[in-house]
Design a protein around this ligand. Sequence first.
Ligand SMILES: *[C@@H]1O[C@H](CO)[C@@H](O)[C@H](O)[C@H]1NC(C)=O
Ligand SMILES: *[C@@H]1O[C@H](CO)[C@@H](O)[C@H](O)[C@H]1NC(C)=O
Length: 826
Amino acid sequence: MGKYEDTRDGSPETPGKAPNSSSKLALVAVVLVLLILVGARTVHDGCDHQRSNQRHSEGASIRGFRDPHPKTWNPCLAAPADSPPPYPWCDRSLSVDRRARELVKELELEEKAGLFGNDAKGVPRLDLTFYEWWSEALHGVANSPGVNFVDPTPVATSFPQVLTTASALNRTLVRKIASAISTEARAFSNQGRASLTFWTPNINIFRDPRWGRGQETPGEDPLVNGQYAVDFVQSFQRDEADPHHLKNSACCKHFAAYSIENWKGHDRMEFNAVISQRDLQETYLPAFKSCVTEGGVSSLMCSYNAVNGMPSCVNDELMHDLARTEWGFEGYITGDCAAVGNVFERFHFQNHSEAEVVLDVLSANVDIDCGGFLPKHIIEAVQSGVVPEVLVDRALVNLFKVQIRLGMFDSEETQPYRKIGIEAIDTPEHRELALEAARQGMVLLKNADNILPFSKPLGDKNVALIGPHATSEKVMQGNYFGHAPFVISIEKGLRVYASKLLVEQGCPLHNASSHSSFLGSPDGEAGLKAAVKAAKVADQTILALGLDQSQETETHDRESIALPGLQQELLNRVAQAAVDAGKPPIVVIILAGGAIDLSSALGNENVGAILWAGYPGQAGGTAIAETLFGDNNPSGRLTQTFYPESFTSTVPMTDMNMHPNSDTGFPGRTYRFYTGPVVLPFGHGLSYSDFRYDIGLPFWDRDSITYPVTINNTGFWAGADVLMAYLRPPKDAVAAGVHGDLNLKLHKYHRTEILQPGETEVVYISVSPMDHLKVFSNSSRDPTFLHAEYGYWTLELQDSQSSGFQYFQHASSREFMAAASAQIVL
Ligand SMILES: *[C@@H]1O[C@H](CO)[C@@H](O)[C@H](O)[C@H]1NC(C)=O
Ligand SMILES: *[C@@H]1O[C@H](CO)[C@@H](O)[C@H](O)[C@H]1NC(C)=O
């Protein structure tokens, strides 16, 4: 994540039109039963940034930046389409593979070595110039060595951080965003301001709320992450304008099981993730499989950590056996930055020499090093006979093939993507899309007595906006961001609605000295007193709290999941003061990535409503204000479990287990397995309207059963609803340990279009026992053995109202045995 200071100002979006919305989401939990006849079948299923310790700042990115103007990359580009190709690798009539081989054939060993770093040197003899492989675009074109924010590309649209967008659970939205980012990226590239290889998305499972980079991921569920990967990668890499080339190259990272930065001295650079085969198959690998097999991603990144003693970047089981052979991955694999060198320097892998590590890395199928280890040691490794040159060539072929697919060796005039101009950046459509994503990603956590939305006349009264995030701007972007054209703070967003806004910081986001001494200090007290004073006089108080990149970021995990600094104290005092002064309960806005223990605020009757906004991007303040004042009906759902603070003392972050263990008292992780108390469950999210679900009679075909579900907006506000449908395994099987304690698993999510009051939408939920009613065996000798289960599986629709503070306590309103189930024969 870069650190850049200036965020340009721009015109805020005007608020959208008011939908008429009110009250809440009421869903019916329905339990359906399915009798399964078992079949069994064996399934073997299954980038970034380090910069070791130095962070890459914008300054670094400009200093390190060498203009990769497309026309100077190589002579193929500039050659007219109808003239003979200047080199065989420019010849479009040959296969991609052949062209890459022709090029590699021409190279001397020393020239080859220079191509193995992210800042690939080029080969002047063959008119190949420098190429920077490392560009970033997590939620917008972002600061990175390959990207340069200078004229004529000073800004890029900053969409919400991934976790916020993911909360919308809208696959179309993800596709539109990926496509927009990719278009802007091409516009940068066409100006020589970016390369074409972007190390995004991050699809690791958000397995622990303390993880500093959980914000970059879609969340804790393998299905959600996998579908995000597919949608993002497909839309980022291709569009209909040119079926012959990749628009840009995406990279699914970090392969595999990366989810710790630095927790109590456990450093990601040498962390050994000890993971059962079962957890790998069920949790850590499925999103990568989807990314490769369905998404068709053209790059993977091996992670810093080791998996079961084997550093990821020498892990041929993962990269060769699984990705390339079983999943059919075609593309290049990069090491995370410094990860390749760390196999030698930090892991001291098998005490191997540098040359041996080169062999380990290349034979495990890594193709390029974000760092200098391979460029430095390849020549010696080959000359000493340790590394066969064919391995070097194999990697180079993989690299060039992706560049050829990107059109880097084709005549420019044959390529529509080369014509994308700077007018495609920061367009009105992209601004609207960034705003729309923020609207859809808002998650309403609490709304006691329907205090929200505010009525419009409140705008003419005194509104106090208090808290460390009241005026925050760049915080809205989370990490891995670029130069936004503008960032709308909460204050700016609210000013559109509230003419008399009193703004107080109340307290800093966190404080370096101990809380108690700061609290007693003149500064601490003065801030709190000013806040309390404002809350007493205002007709409505809004608190803006949460986290920022000082609390959760790359290289930094949290130790506590409580509100940092004096924020809880501020909340308690302000809420009390407002109500004591006869004012309504306060409303709290949370800007944060990872979960925070909000149990105190949830239980505090002086807190009327809580809105989670994640890191909502450039238009965040507008989306928040629209939501508070009813111009946006919130519809997002949490894609992570909110645990109590006690989780942090009972669960070591280094424990990768997903399943609970009654012997050790380990409670398990994520809604699928966790057995402990929950503050807010996965999938939680309220609406101003009420939605009722009716499950119709199922119909069957040979190998699936399909339930029609009617979603009815029975409330008074227009709004979208997100249906969350889960499968719960048979109770008796769970009791017998067959399922090893799977609570339930998300089977399908579906976002409706905006439904007017009284309007309905029908969703079809198909369950195919052969594919869905299976679990990885706990007991079988082969832990990758997937077996189907006999028994009563239940299909459950999440009732966000009744599950508000419980962990999926469903009352079964209806239960029937699927009499026709005998038709399902596996
Ligand atoms: C998803 O997002 C897109 C883009 O903003 C929007 O057009 C669409 O209505 C949303 N809902 C659904 C169900 O696709
Ligand atoms: C590496 O070398 C050290 C010291 O020479 C030795 O203690 C250690 O056992 C060796 N490790 C391996 C994996 O061979």
